[in-house]
Write a protein that binds this ligand. Sequence first.
Ligand SMILES: Cc1cc2nc3c(=O)[nH]c(=O)nc-3n(C[C@H](O)[C@H](O)[C@H](O)COP(=O)(O)OP(=O)(O)OC[C@H]3O[C@@H](n4cnc5c(N)ncnc54)[C@H](O)[C@@H]3O)c2cc1C
Length: 327
Amino acid sequence: MTTLAIIGGGIAGRSLIYTLAKRKNIFSNITLFDSDSFARTCSLRSTAIVAPRGVSAGHSDLGDLLLAAFQTFAQHVEEDRPLGVFPITQYTGAITKLDQFKQRYPHGTSCKATASFNLRDETYLATDPAFMIETSTYLKWLLDEAAQLPIVVRNEFVTNLNDSGSDFELTTQNGVSNRFDKVIFAGGFYNQYWGPTQAAKPVQGSYFEFLKTDFGSESFSLTLESDNLVYHALSKTLLIGSSSQNDSHEIPPMQDLKEIYSRLSQRLELKLPPIDSGNILTGIREKGPKRSPYISIDRNSARIGGFYKNGYSLGLHLGRELIDQFS
Ligand SMILES: Cc1cc2nc3c(=O)[nH]c(=O)nc-3n(C[C@H](O)[C@H](O)[C@H](O)COP(=O)(O)OP(=O)(O)OC[C@H]3O[C@@H](n4cnc5c(N)ncnc54)[C@H](O)[C@@H]3O)c2cc1C
């Protein structure tokens, strides 16, 4: 019987386990190593919207992959009714480079009022069906759905890995070692620690979180130019961001965040909560060359990652592909 270790319990690692539960599991034991205190889980610090983002088929491999991943996720929502995932409207608008934007979003229209908010000036906006994810609920659900599998979750970090050629010896921070037949690296940017297969970079993303904000009973997400505003009606939470910096640390770029807040408050007829009442959340994601996500298999080990954006749909889509090839 074959044993498997998965290093990383963000959306990538949990989508793999969920897929093993839904498809045929061949492993006699699956151990998930995850440690938010060692490497903070980006999936819990994400605005977590799954939207088509103006991608159409046939222009690039990455575009085709993102579109297929969106479709996989939409089908998953329809068939599996996951907890923590809510259908919403995604509004996407532009003020500059309008010609380019209209080519990407030909279904848009100039308007000042939407069903969810009003704008100060006439703005070209496209609306698309999308999904909003309550991250901790959905991440928990993915594991709960796999409760019938022989899984052990270890909230420990793997500090050493020895490949004997026939199996892997993994050692955690407390000095405990165990052997596994196969290993999957799903550790976000920390995949690079186990030997780079490609030149991925860490990219920090930060955003404001305002609790107790009431903008009505409909959740929505707005991307205006590259500024985002996400309103969770159920939890009455507003997210504003997100900045993007080529950094591997979690100190947020306050000036960038303030500018995003200020642009949105000038452009929207919404009374935003005072800026100093916001919490700041920061995640570090892995940006592969040309923003490409990856799966790779090398005998008994595999890697999944490079989820710069769209991690919540790519996790399931590429997770299925990896499990099909690796099991
Ligand atoms: C500000 C921001 C906004 C975003 N918005 C969106 C969005 O709207 N939609 C979307 O789909 N995506 C979005 N993303 C991207 C998405 O969040 C990421 O793509 C995704 O979370 C990456 O998931 P992951 O599983 O690869 O990595 P992570 O979630 O970081 O999980 C990796 C896990 O591996 C663990 N780990 C690593 N090394 C070890 C080790 N040695 N031992 C034990 N455990 C280990 C870590 O503790 C961590 O928990 C956003 C990201 C940010 C930062």
